[in-house]
Structure formats: C-alpha cells, structure tokens
Write a protein that binds this ligand. Structure first.
Ligand code: ADP
Ligand code: MG
Ligand code: MG
Length: 199
C-alpha cells in the first residue's frame, strides 16, 4: 500500500461527491427516525471541505484530515458535524509525522483513532444504532487487511435491526427498528470510497 497525500485527497474528493449525490437519500433515511437533515448536513460539510482545499491545498495527509475536520465542525449544525469533526481531528493528530501510509495495519490504526474520537464525543457504545456500528467493524477488518465492500454494506445493514440509544432516533425507542441509521450510511460511503483508492 502506498497512500500519499494525493490518494488521501482523492479519497475525500470521492467521499464529497458520494455525499452530494446521495444527499436526498441520506436525508430520507433521517426522516422516519430523525429530523430529515442528515444529507443536507453532510453536504454542507463536504462542500465547505472542497472550498477549503481548493483555496489552500493541504500539503500533507494530516493537513487534509484537518481541513475535513474543520469543515465538519464549523459548517454542520447537526450531531454528525462534531462527531465526524472529532474523528478527523484525531486522525489529524495520528498522522502528524506520516508522509505515506504503507500498510493496512497502519491505516487501520489511524482509523481506530478516529473511532475513539467519535466514541469519546458521542458517549456511544456498539449496537446503539449509530455510525460507530460501521466504523468499529471496518477498523478491525482494515487492521488485518480484510476489509471489503460487502463487509461495509453488511455493517450498515446491521443497524436496521437495532434499537437506537443515541441521538434523535433514540426518542423513538423500539419504533426505530426497521430503519437503517443515516450516519451509518454516510460512514459506509466514506469507507466504500476509501476502498476505491486502496489497492
Ligand atoms: P441531527 O440528529 O442533529 O439532526 P444528523 O441527522 O446529521 O444530526 O446525524 C444523525 C446521525 O448522527 C445518526 O444517524 C447517528 O449515526 C449519529 N449520531 C447521533 N448521535 C450520536 C452519538 N451520540 N454517537 C455517535 N453517533 C451519533
Ligand atoms: Mg438529523
Ligand atoms: Mg438536525
């Protein structure tokens, strides 16, 4: 594996495009179990990221993660903004002296820092029906070089049967069952786009 700043920026550009293309779908997922804004929230964040990197091209991986973190923290009003913002801030710190990511283990360890950021900020556990139900299995599979597209999809789909215990969906209790979590879905897009640049 040879992930330089170029591939990392290609990853996040693909993620931005995927979010914008799936904006309505993500907000539709958020309608029955939330307030119908997840796609709009995420799109605001990634558009701000794109504007930021167009203005001042980040020179390394860490600065690239920081640009996404700052965009999510400053431009996304919803719960997802501070959560993605914390994840990418931890990944900014984890890559401070990294010029190139050279192994699945190293990439998994960097993503594990991001997951810790979400857990700390969200006070969230596995099976709470949130984005970490995608992040956690993805990180573990990445660390051992076994992540594939189907695993990301399976993790996302697994949130359908869960009872929400965090965020707006938790207000519905048992009635949240039967709906895929919107944040798990945007996170699945993040990792599917990562798989497109990791070979
Ligand atoms: P809001 O709920 O403020 O409108 P969004 O709709 O943008 O924010 O994001 C909702 C998503 O955020 C959920 O689908 C879930 O994945 C995630 N989420 C909410 N609260 C938490 C939390 N405490 N920890 C982890 N993820 C959370
Ligand atoms: Mg919402
Ligand atoms: Mg909202």
């Amino acid at each position: 594996m040879n992930l330089t700043v170029t591939e990392v920026q290609a990853w996040l550009a693909k993620f931005s495009t995927a979010i914008v293309e799936n904006k309505d779908y993500l907000s539709d997922l958020d309608t029955p179990i939330g307030d119908g804004d997840h796609g709009n929230n995420m799109a605001r964040g990634v558009i701000a990221y794109e504007e930021s990197v167009a203005k001042t091209t980040p020179k390394d991986i860490s600065a690239t993660f920081q640009a996404l973190s700052m965009a999510m923290l400053s431009k996304v009003g919803g719960a997802s903004g501070p959560l993605y913002g914390s994840a990418f801030m931890k990944m900014t710190k984890a890559t401070k002296s990294v010029e190139t990511i050279t192994s699945y283990e190293q990439l998994g360890d960097i993503l594990a820092e991001g997951l810790e950021g979400i857990k700390t900020r969200g006070k969230v556990e596995l099976q709470d029906k949130t984005m970490i139900d995608v992040w956690d299995p993805v990180v573990k599979a990445m660390q051992v070089g076994e992540l594939d597209y189907d695993m990301v999809e399976t993790a996302k789909e697994s949130t359908k049967d869960m009872v929400a215990r965090k965020g707006r969906a938790s207000y519905l209790g048992e009635r949240s069952v039967g709906h895929i979590d919107p944040g798990a879905t945007s996170s699945a897009l993040l990792f599917k786009m990562l798989l497109e640049v990791v070979h």
